[in-house]
Design a protein around this ligand. Structure first.
Ligand SMILES: *[C@@H]1O[C@H](CO)[C@@H](O)[C@H](O)[C@H]1NC(C)=O
Ligand SMILES: *[C@@H]1O[C@H](CO)[C@@H](O)[C@H](O)[C@H]1NC(C)=O
Ligand SMILES: [Ca+2]
Ligand SMILES: [Ca+2]
Length: 347
């Protein structure tokens, strides 16, 4: 039996102490007295894991205190049938300067109580600037490029989620479409733009009607070119469609043709497929669609449902419990290194 009880104990303790009063966050996170946590089972490298957590409104978790470490070990236990063979990526890294390990929020490794796995750290090939943890909480230095599962952690909630179900104030609700929109005016290429919207809980915007185009134009107008820093084409912004070569047609990122999606008008003279090819979809700030290079940076527009991800109250234990899985391993049997047991001052 994994220690479901331990997590419940945390939750109950937190309630008793009133730590979580009024705390609301994404339901895909689990609430504890040391913040909200989410286990990501799809492995990513350090850079992408860092971004994924950041865009979710959280931070790549580091076992920086006994309590946090304990929750992380519990989550590993729930999350994977293979938890004794996997290791997760932590937020402890030295990517800024070799050997200078610290958590994402700046706590030096020297100030974090830690134990190393056998023969670690070894800085293999002088290329190990990230730290992974096994299910016992033992650390190894590893390559930051190797994808691993990871945990995101939201420490403090000082802002309540808005109408758009996010603490990001740049998402604006529009009642005409019952959707939320955000224009990112720090330009990115198509793939990172897709990643960003997705991790924020939305997707690159898809225009389903003339009215929605109007909504997008109004949003774009809030960011006039002379108010945006940087040198790039500020008249177009990426949307969620692209040219699918195999079907020789423009397709939304949700697999429909533009006609099926409900709006398909390109600006006159577009699609132009200029220079080296333009296979990604964009919209002019005051006109219709444009085809642009997927590899050039543009502003981009994300769209999200105000109801996804769902927002949960930290008090709603039953609901929270549904987001964890049953652990298949008997960690108790494995002896004194049972995670969270030895060094947990909370109870
Ligand atoms: C777009 O332009 C590229 C580069 O000039 C060319 O190779 C490609 O065939 C064009 N694609 C279409 C669909 O016209
Ligand atoms: C939790 O899951 C169980 C079983 O799937 C379901 O019956 C129950 O209603 C769920 N609870 C909440 C609060 O969603
Ligand atoms: Ca190593
Ligand atoms: Ca074009």
């Amino acid at each position: 039996m994994c220690k479901i009880k331990t997590v419940l104990k945390y939750l109950l303790l937190a309630l008793e102490l009133g730590f979580l009063e009024g705390s609301r966050f994404r339901c895909d996170y689990m609430s504890t007295n040391v913040g909200w946590f989410k286990y990501h089972e799809v492995p990513l490298n350090f850079h992408d894991a860092y971004l994924q957590c950041k865009y979710e409104g959280a931070m790549l978790a580091s076992p920086s205190t006994a309590e946090i470490k304990s929750v992380m070990m519990e989550l590993m236990c729930y999350a994977s049938a293979f938890s004794f063979s996997i290791s997760i990526l932590t937020g402890i890294h030295s990517t800024f300067a070799k050997g200078q390990f610290h958590s994402i929020d700046g706590i030096p490794l020297a100030q974090i109580y830690h134990e190393w796995a056998p023969f670690e750290p070894d800085n293999k090939n002088n290329a190990e600037s990230c730290i992974a943890s096994n299910y016992k909480g033992k650390l190894s230095d590893v390559s930051c490029d190797e994808p691993r599962p990871f945990i995101c952690h939201k420490k403090h909630i000082n802002i309540d989620p808005n109408d758009c179900g996010t603490t990001d104030p740049d998402y604006r609700y529009d009642k005409r479409t019952n959707k939320c929109y955000k224009l990112h005016n720090k330009p990115k290429r198509f793939a990172p733009a897709f990643f960003t919207c997705s991790a924020e809980g939305g997707h690159l915007a898809i225009i389903n009607s003339e009215e929605e185009l109007k909504v997008i134009h109004e949003l774009h107008a809030l960011y006039p070119p002379n108010k945006i820093a940087g040198h790039y084409d500020k008249n177009s912004a990426f949307l969620g469609f692209y040219y699918e070569e195999d079907v020789a047609d423009w397709t939304t990122i949700h697999g429909e043709t533009l006609e099926e999606a409900g709006f398909a008008k390109f600006q006159e003279g577009q699609p132009s497929n200029s220079t080296t090819g333009e296979y990604c979809g964009a919209v002019y700030r005051d006109s219709f669609f444009n085809d642009v290079s997927c590899h050039k940076r543009f502003a981009f527009i994300c769209e999200k449902s105000p109801h996804y991800p769902e927002i949960c109250d930290s008090e709603n234990l039953e609901r929270q419990a549904n987001y964890t899985r049953i652990c298949k391993h008997n960690f108790e049997d494995k002896g004194k290194s049972s995670p969270g047991k030895t060094n947990n001052p909370v109870y």
